[in-house]
Design a protein around this ligand. Sequence first.
Ligand SMILES: Nc1nc2c(c(=O)[nH]1)N[C@H]1C(S)=C(S)[C@@H](COP(=O)(O)O)O[C@H]1N2
Ligand SMILES: [Mo]
Length: 303
Amino acid sequence: MAMRWKNTLKESDVTEETAFLNRRQLMGSAAAGLGLAAIGATGTRAAAQDLQPNAYEDITLYNNYYEFGTGKDDPARYAGQLTTQPWSVKIDGLVDNPGDYAFEDIIKAMTIEERIYRFRCVEAWSMVIPWNGFELADLLGMAGVQSGAKYVAFETALRPDEMPGVKYPVLEWPYVEGLRLDEAMHPLTMMATGIYGKDIPNQNGAPLRLVVPWKYGYKSIKSVVRITLTDKQPPTSWNKANAREYGFYSNVNPEVNHPRWSQASERVIGGGLFSKRVSTLMMNGYEEEVASLYAGMDLIKNH
Ligand SMILES: Nc1nc2c(c(=O)[nH]1)N[C@H]1C(S)=C(S)[C@@H](COP(=O)(O)O)O[C@H]1N2
Ligand SMILES: [Mo]
């Protein structure tokens, strides 16, 4: 179900938007009929049935984007400084069509759809987010992945003039992430360009960010400027900072605790008095769709 990436929904009635998008989501799932798209639709249909998306305010005022500071409200306060136009993504490495792809050209070539996904941070909080975006596999298809490629490396913009947080060596900048090629090609893996049908706010990773719903939030790298196909497992920011605490795979797993806290449950952001703690689901609830990617792997060793 294609949808225009710019749209006319108002910021006002979040509840109404939620109902609208849930209906669209279900319609989209029913209409999806093509090969891989159907697998993606299975995941989003399951999500749409029992998931109530968080309020727009929860999603856009409580963030992690350390380039703008480590406080949960720093990104909303400071990320407005990030220049997102013009924007281009360099796609290089083991691809047939390397180059600098203008954001506008990417958007024109892709099918933008809504996906309501669970989002689970390694810090043990969670939200449900109605993303707009496209499947990463479609972008990689456009670039033409060569047969020797085994991994995909991602890089965030580094703009010291616009990013007050990068003066602090909390992480090595730029922020980098990576996926195995089969994870990157999985139909659940998307590049998000919107939330609730509006352009994605800077604090959430404008103009485009990765979303990998079965992995801890830090894998979902924001404001991507470079995507490199490679035959070697790429370095990732949190793993470089502390390899014991943050592995390359980072699949949500309630049975593998963080060395400093339990991962068995999570705090659902929002809801005021009704905010609650719920059990964390294996692979964040996407086990049926993605477990086969890790068949035979030791999930403790490969955390
Ligand atoms: N470039 C960059 N990407 C990032 C981060 C970051 O600090 N810098 N934080 C990660 C973490 S820890 C989380 S939980 C999610 C938060 O996404 P959200 O603010 O849209 O909820 O973004 C991830 N992507
Ligand atoms: Mo996170």
